[in-house]
Design a protein around this ligand. Structure first.
Ligand code: NDP
Length: 245
């Protein structure tokens, strides 16, 4: 099946920002979306907007740090729609800080959410994709997976890991499964809420206000990868503001 119409697409981190934009865009183009995040009070209105517009959406409380939650999200998609075409491992923590701050709890959250969360997504969907004989992983990395700047060592480390795991997955996946990495640059979302270091936050705020792009731009890149024919695997798309360094 090519295109987006009728595809069953599960998205983690769909309660705000890029994940929410992807849910709205893909559902608007006829996909059946299954949305996960921790904040049900944010997921509910997303589902409502989609269903009111005539689309199909379900949601489940999903903390990607919990393997059983991610398995449950994939299971929900298969149970309700009979298959899973695409899993978008998008949930991410942006709790970035200079190493000297020793925010070790945040380092753990970054590793647990950004690396282990993606691995749990792979563990949940890979057997389903193998059994179906088709499937598509889309993993959200970052331009920080290409270029490290001060204050982002741990965050960048997790996003380098997402790219490495995705490439390994692609090599092992064989000819019938697709793997795409989407690497956004500075995007206008709530991500600054995670940044606790005041200087770093001020620096990001300045850059964000100057040049951040809409989360829709990232969602469109995801849609581009999904709508290709089954024999076309879009490996990685970097989508950054034109004015970003
Ligand atoms: P937001 O803060 O707007 O969204 C983050 C999403 O991730 C929310 O839906 C949040 O949901 C979810 N999330 C966080 N932790 C967990 C968890 N443990 N379990 C489940 N869901 C979780 O930020 P963005 O939209 O910007 O971030 C989305 C992705 O894009 C992330 O992977 C991020 O690293 C990446 N990215 C963003 C960039 C930017 O400039 N904004 C640049 C490069 C990459 P909830 O809190 O409800 O669980």
């Amino acid at each position: 099946m090519s295109g987006i119409q009728d595809k069953v697409i599960a998205i983690t981190g769909a309660s705000s920002g890029i994940g929410e934009a992807a849910a709205l865009l893909l559902a608007g183009r006829g996909a059946k979306v299954v949305l996960g995040a921790r904040r049900l009070e944010r997921l509910g209105p997303v589902v409502e907007r989609i269903t009111q517009a005539g689309g199909e959406a379900l949601s489940a409380r999903t903390d990607v740090r919990r393997r059983e939650d991610v398995a449950g999200l994939v299971h929900l998609a298969c149970e309700r729609f009979g298959r899973l075409d695409v899993l978008i491992n998008n949930a991410g923590s942006l709790a970035t800080s200079p190493l000297d701050d020793l925010r070790v709890d945040d380092w753990e959250e970054l590793v647990d959410t950004n690396i282990k969360g993606v691995l749990y997504g792979i563990a949940a969907a890979l057997p389903v994709f193998r059994q179906q004989g088709f499937g598509h992983f889309i993993n959200t990395a970052s331009t920080s997976a290409h270029r490290i700047v001060p204050g982002q060592a741990v965050y960048a480390g997790t996003k380098f890991a997402v790219r490495a795991i995705s490439e390994g997955l692609r090599q092992e996946a064989g000819p019938r499964l697709r793997v795409t990495v989407i690497s956004p640059g500075m995007t206008r979302t709530n991500f600054l809420e995670h940044v606790k270091n005041p200087e770093l936050r001020a620096r990001f705020e300045e850059v964000r206000d100057k040049l951040a792009i809409s989360p829709d731009a990232i969602a469109r890149a995801m849609a581009y990868a999904i709508e290709q024919p089954a024999d076309v695997d879009v490996g990685e798309v970097i989508v950054r503001p034109t004015a970003q360094d």
